[in-house]
Design a binder for this molecule. Sequence first.
Ligand code: FES
Ligand code: FES
Length: 156
Amino acid sequence: MTTIQLTVNGQSKIIESPPMKRLLDVLREDLHLPGAKEGCGEGECGSCSVLMNGDLVNSCLIPILQVEGAEITTIEGVAINERLHPIQQCFLENGGAQCGICTPGMILATCHLLEKYPQPTLLQIQEGLSGNLCRCTGYIRIFNAVQAAALVGAAE
Ligand code: FES
Ligand code: FES
């Protein structure tokens, strides 16, 4: 076991964990944050995406040992108090979520994208979400949701 300090959604956490336990499992099992989902478990689908020090990462690929001192944002940290973040609201209004398995990762990928490109082109949206797979929506509604979020200035 090893002791790891990390910050999750603005709160400092200290956990005891096997050093190679995946960040995804620490979030879900130790910190009781089930928003990040396991799809492939191999870095292919993005359903486990979280932000780590501002970068979009697949939490299924990251041993907790590498997270020492890091700042993690999960989908549970995106809403503003009790209100949906504008990106979440735009996904809701544009039908960007169906079964919801990909949605936490898609939202965090969108946060990351709009931070870099507040008014992205369609190509930038497609590239920005290219690591996140969706088997339900056909992607068009997701792209519409991201464009709507950009229009309302969701990154600001
Ligand atoms: S579960 Fe992590 S990328 Fe698919
Ligand atoms: S909404 Fe079902 S996988 Fe995207």
